[in-house]
Ligand binder design. Structure first.
Ligand code: SDX
Length: 430
């Protein structure tokens, strides 16, 4: 028995088989069970994939116990402090920090891909004016595959690269269109003289009737939020992009599937759900009642923005974004009472036995929702901004999957617990 292997014995049959143990750069070793069914006629069972590694990846490493997050080996704390979102996009997509020339070239490329085909102005009119912006994002990003036929050969590295550039570059433009459409306001074209975050704010908020001044702190806060959301290992939406892409679907369709998955309140929709929850709580004196509901096994209510599948320590992103939230709140005239409720809720939950014992800490969504609220982003746009940041990670993970020479279509099996085989009975005999 090699030390880099594990033996599985089926006690029902006495059959034993050895399987390799694979080790990565960081993190637990993995049991290579690709031959399990062939060798032992068995499947593994892991709903939610809590103990399953779906792939090998070089993009992001997370250690949930120690609260560690690395993008291509660089700690998120250093990138948040010293980098900017487009530099982080380059790092995540290409694996290395860019030289000055590589950075300038990348910024030029992304900047010159921010406009969308004029046809999108007609396409968006198919949505009801009160459509949720995430519904518009799912549709518009998926529709990109109907405008960019010149880059949908998934096996062509050049097509892979330009599709990633187009998706990263056009997300702010499409997101701002989704907002403007619901407001009945004219779309604002991107400006090549603005930074990525400032450009988005300008496309969101500027109006033809008067000049719009971009608040540098808001642009800085948004750039930080985009950095923190850029990738996160094999979370639900990234796994969706990988699975959709594994069939050979084009990257625009795979990204649209990822946006759909991110929308859920247990995932990227949590930031919007945090504000809905704060509104529901209504005042600081109601917090104990809602904390009790969250602890009640018979009550489906959960504290949105708390807990994480991987982080059983403080989400390192939450620690970073919390500082920015406090800075923004302090600068917000006429403080919004919801922000006071949020700060008090955090304090109570962090000292409550239930949350301590279950290791439920505030996650990135708890604080990002607070910042969005403080800088005037409408609640139904919160997850749209999450998708904007995560697009870089989705594309890096998709490229890693699609360019793997051993790529196979993802196709899990099941434990069938339905009816045993039975004969059809004519309706008069039932
Ligand atoms: C994101 O995967 C990623 O990386 C995601 C993300 C990313 O960047 O991609 O980090 C972004 O999605 C952050 C998470 C945002 N979601 C929320 O804030 C929604 C609220 N949180 C929960 O729904 C929950 O914590 C999850 C979904 C985030 C994690 O759920 P798990 O890992 O499946 O944990 P669980 O549901 O098994 O809960 C463990 C226990 C349970 O109690 P017991 O059954 O053991 O008695 O903790 C309880 C849960 O009831 N619990 C909560 C709770 N979260 C878990 N109780 C009250 N409030 C909560 N928020």
């Amino acid at each position: 028995m090699g030390k880099d292997s594990i033996t599985i014995t089926n006690n029902a049959t006495g059959n034993s088989e050895e399987f390799p143990l694979l080790s990565g750069t960081h993190g637990p070793s993995v049991i290579d069970i690709r031959q399990l069914y062939q060798k032992m006629g068995l499947f593994t069972f892991d709903p939610g994939f809590k103990s399953t590694a779906s792939c090998e990846s070089e993009v992001t490493f997370i250690n949930g116990e120690e609260g560690i997050l690395l993008y291509r080996g660089y700690p998120i704390e250093e990138l948040a402090e010293k980098s900017n979102f487009l530099e982080v996009c380059y790092l995540i997509l290409y694996g290395e920090l860019p030289t000055r020339e590589e950075y300038d070239n990348f910024v030029t490329i992304i900047t010159h891909h921010t406009m969308v085909h004029e046809g999108f102005k007609d396409f968006i009119k198919g949505f009801r004016p009160n459509a949720h912006p995430m519904a518009v994002m799912v549709g518009m990003v998926g529709a990109m595959s109907s405008f960019y036929h010149d880059s949908t050969d998934v096996n062509n590295p050049k097509h892979q690269e330009i599709s990633a550039h187009r998706l990263v570059a056009k997300m702010p433009t499409i997101a701002a269109m989704a907002y403007k459409y619901t407001q009945g306001q004219p779309f604002v074209y991107p400006r090549n003289d603005l930074s990525y975050a400032a450009n988005f704010l300008n496309m969101m908020y500027s109006l033809p009737a008067e000049p719009y001044e971009i608040d540098p702190l808001h642009a800085k806060a948004l750039d930080l939020i985009l950095i923190l959301h850029a990738d996160h290992e094999q979370n639900a939406s990234t796994s969706t992009v990988r699975l959709a892409g594994s069939s050979g679907a084009n990257p625009f369709a795979a990204a649209s599937a990822g946006i759909g998955c991110l929308w859920g309140a247990a995932h990227g929709g949590a930031n919007e759900a945090v504000l809905v929850m704060l509104d529901q709580i209504g005042s600081v004196d109601q917090i104990p009642k809602f904390v009790a509901k969250a602890k009640d096994k018979n009550d489906p209510f959960r504290l949105m923005g708390f807990g994480h599948r991987v982080y059983k320590n403080y989400d390192p992103r939450a620690r970073i974004i919390r500082k920015m939230a406090i800075e923004i709140i302090e600068k917000t005239e006429g403080k919004d009472p919801l922000l006071d409720i949020a700060m008090r809720l955090e304090e109570i939950a962090l000292n409550d036995e239930y949350f301590i014992e279950k290791k439920l800490y505030p996650n990135v969504d708890f604080y990002s929702g607070i910042i969005y609220k403080a800088i005037g982003i409408p609640t139904d746009m919160f997850t749209v901004i999450f998708a904007m940041g995560r697009m870089a990670g989705w594309m890096a993970q998709w490229q890693e999957m699609i360019s793997d020479p051993n790529r196979v279509i993802g196709r899990p099996r099941q434990n069938y617990v339905g009816a045993a085989k039975r004969e059809y009975i004519a309706v008069d005999g039932r």
